[in-house]
Every structure is written in structure tokens, then in C-alpha cells.
Design a binder for this molecule. Structure first.
Ligand SMILES: [Zn+2]
Length: 200
């Protein structure tokens, strides 16, 4: 299991944790993709992608839902979409974000969040409606820079810096269409790159 711990203000570093939440020895191998990731100070909360073999705790679920509501996850999601994917009502997800849920809701929401964290599930907008997509396996896909022009862009290819596979469509400074890594360059940092959001 992997978590993020805050290091010196602007950075979080990945740390491996055992299932009881204790840090693992630093010699233990880290899965690909969990390296130092720049985040703004005050925004980093410990991040614990749930292992497949255990149900996320109610507190973990509530924390992740709050991150989703605050748009602080590397992927795009909303309570409506999570409710639909989990086969629950939107109200149930709102209540779960406050840490209150029954066993059934905990299992269903926990599974949806686990799949999101593991990049096994994504939500994509097509015109006026959203649909669930299952990203292809990462094997065989090239790594690409966290800011890619459209002609060089490979959907679902991992970012060479953070391994994240979520890309935001943008208009670049030279008016060309491109994509930026959602984790390396969050939407509110686009102006610093002379880029702006673009409808997919
Ligand atoms: Zn990245």
C-alpha cells in the first residue's frame, strides 16, 4: 500500500505503508508511478489507494470523497457519477462524504474509489452525457511529457514525470491543441503555462 507524506512544504513524497498504516522500510520497492509529486502547500492530504483485498475504511472513503468534491484527485469524478457507478443514490454518497454509511454503501463506494485510484475506471464526457470507461492496460504505451501537443499525444499513455494517465485537453500558448497531465499541471496552474482549458 502506498501513501503520500508531506515533505518540506511544497512536496509530498510517496511512502509505502503496511496494511496497519505503519510506514514500511524505505528499502521496500515502490510501485511505478508513486514518486515525488509537487503539490501546493496546504493541499496535500495523505493518500492511501486501497489494496484490492480490503475494503476502504469509512474515514478513507469520506476523505477521498472530499478530495473529489474539492477537485484534488488526479482524476475527474463527481458524487453523481460515483453514485451511478456504485448503484446508489446521490444522497447516500453525500452522506458518506460526512463519514456516515452502512456496510453495503461502504463496500460499493469503496470499490468504485479503489477502481478510480487504480486507473481501472474513468468518467468521460461525451457531449451532454458522461460515460464510464475502462482505460487500457499501461503496458506497451509510450511515456509522454506532461505537456503534449495533440499530434504527439497518445491517449492513456503515462506521464513521464508522475506516471499519471489522466490528461486535460487544452489550448496551448501558440493556439495549438494539446494535453497536459492532470496531476503535474492542475487546471488552476494553466495560466502559468499560457494554456487554457479546451472542450474535449
Ligand atoms: Zn504528470
Amino acid at each position: 500500500m502506498i501513501g503520500f507524506v508531506r515533505k518540506q512544504g511544497h512536496h509530498v513524497a510517496a511512502r509505502a505503508f503496511t496494511s496497519t498504516g505503519m510506514p514500511m522500510p524505505s528499502c521496500a520497492p515502490w510501485p511505478l508511478g508513486y514518486i515525488r509529486i509537487p503539490v501546493r502547500a496546504g493541499q496535500c492530504t495523505p493518500w492511501f489507494p486501497a489494496a484490492e483485498d480490503r475494503v476502504m475504511t469509512m474515514q478513507e472513503i469520506a476523505e477521498r470523497l472530499c478530495e473529489i468534491q474539492g477537485d484534488r484527485t488526479p482524476y475527474l469524478a463527481s458524487f453523481t457519477l460515483i453514485a451511478r457507478a456504485a448503484g446508489l443514490s446521490r444522497e447516500t454518497v453525500y452522506v458518506a462524504a460526512r463519514g456516515e454509511m452502512g456496510d453495503h454503501a461502504q463496500r460499493r463506494i469503496g470499490e468504485v474509489l479503489r477502481r478510480l485510484d487504480a486507473c481501472e475506471l474513468r468518467f468521460e464526457r461525451h457531449g451532454n452525457y458522461w460515460r464510464e470507461v475502462e482505460p487500457p492496460p499501461v503496458e506497451g504505451l509510450p511515456r509522454q511529457r506532461c505537456l503534449a501537443k495533440e499530434r504527439d499525444f497518445t491517449p492513456w499513455a503515462p506521464c513521464e514525470r508522475c506516471q499519471c494517465r489522466d490528461w486535460t485537453p487544452v489550448v496551448l500558448i501558440d493556439k495549438a491543441h494539446g494535453y497536459v497531465c492532470r496531476r503535474c499541471i492542475p487546471a488552476d496552474q494553466l495560466p502559468a503555462f499560457g494554456a487554457r482549458l479546451r472542450k474535449p
